[in-house]
Write a protein that binds this ligand. Structure first.
Ligand code: UT7
Length: 338
């Protein structure tokens, strides 16, 4: 009898990470000068102390290109040897062409196909899952996967409910075909629930509400969020899906070296870790410095964990994300090249 899950011909190894951040830091104190908010409120409700913010008109490609170049350099791979590029983002440089296409040209990835994936804060997990399928099927050998967002372009800087939460940034990983029994992506799970879609959305950002002067005057091009409702769902779904991926791969908390969660709120990350029984010492947190960078949070956190020595070849890593859609996902992988 054939096995229920056929052995893939190759395993998707995640071999290197590279990042890019805008130079400008915006502290809570700076926001408190402009808005009715305080450092104390922001830190106690979210854990965020500062965020990086692009200059007006600075598109995602200005971060995606250096992140991609750094990732390839660390991997020791030439751009011309990549088969594909997937950019996860909800803030592409423009709706068409995809930022992945701009990147393909900028870095000279002459053989690579390229497309963007829009799955909000779960975008990096969705893009990594997609790349894994290409690699496991044997149809590609090297794919550059990026998560990046310029959230400052969607934010109403006068709305204290949202503007304190987000930041800009981009991270890239190289996913490479390796031996089927080697390190790499082992478990993937993703879910969606479009019912509460309106609770976290950008109303005027596509065909439903075109960018007319009236829509802009109403501020419908800004991100809207029902924070409390999203918070409740995030805590529940992040813990559920993390536990589910652990269960289906026969893992206990002791088998996980590192949890890399989406960075929206420390008060979401802590209960997630608690519910799966993983101590906070094994959880990567960088939202204090970067805020919520949407699709970029996970690759930026991977890079931080590598820099501080917690992410090394063979590390057993659980990625988990939740975001607008609603959409949530988790990936279990072992890090590095065989
Ligand atoms: O990454 C995508 C998914 N997004 C998320 O996961 C975000 C999920 N939500 C959250 O993280 C939290 O709900 C927030 C951080 C957005 C808000 O925290 P909260 O504890 O749920 O606060 P709240 O929305 O219940 O607001 C409490 C009060 C309100 O005042 P009233 O109505 O009680 O008088 C807000 O107006 O805090 C007020 N408030 C602020 N006060 C000072 C909201 N934002 C601010 C602010 N400074 N920046």
């Amino acid at each position: 009898m054939p096995p229920l899950t056929p052995m893939p011909v190759a395993r998707a190894q995640v071999v290197a990470v590279g990042t890019a951040l805008p130079e400008r830091r915006v502290s809570n104190a700076e926001l408190a000068c402009r808005l009715d908010t305080t450092d104390e409120w922001i830190v106690s409700r979210t854990g965020i102390r500062e965020r990086r913010v692009c200059e007006p008109g600075q598109g995602l490609i200005t971060l995606a290109e250096p992140a991609a170049r750094r990732c390839l350099e660390r991997a020791g791979v030439a751009a011309s040897d990549i088969d594909g590029i997937i950019v996860a983002t909800i803030t592409p440089d423009m709706v068409m062409p995809a930022t992945a296409n701009l990147l393909q040209h900028r870095i000279g990835a002459t053989r690579a196909w390229a497309f963007d994936v829009a799955n909000a804060c779960n975008g990096f997990v969705a893009a990594l899952a997609n790349a894994t399928m290409w690699i496991e099927s044997g149809r590609a050998k090297r794919i550059l996967v990026l998560g990046g967002d310029v959230m400052s372009s969607l934010i109403d800087w006068k709305d204290r409910n949202t503007c304190v939460l987000f930041g800009d940034g981009c991270g890239a990983v190289l996913v490479e075909a390796g031996p089927a029994d080697g390190p790499g992506v082992v478990g993937i799970e993703m879910h969606s629930d479009g019912g509460p879609a309106a609770e976290l959305c950008v109303p005027c950002s596509g065909s439903a509400i075109p960018a007319t002067p009236e829509a802009l005057a109403r501020g419908q091009h800004f991100l809207k969020q029902n924070g409390k409702m999203i918070f409740t769902h995030a805590v529940r779904r992040m813990a559920e899906i993390a536990a589910s991926v652990m269960r289906s791969n026969g893992l206990t908390a002791a088998d996980i070296d590192l949890v890399v969660p989406h960075q929206a709120n420390l008060r979401i990350i802590q209960p997630t870790a608690e519910r799966i029984g993983v101590p906070m010492s094994k959880v990567v947190v960088n939202l204090d410095r970067l805020g919520n960078t949407t699709a970029a949070t996970i690759p930026l956190a991977l890079a931080d964990a590598e820099a501080d020595g917690r992410l090394v070849a063979g590390s057993r890593v659980l990625l988990v994300a939740f975001g607008g859609g609603l959409t949530w996902g988790a990936v279990y992988l072992t890090w590095g090249r065989s």
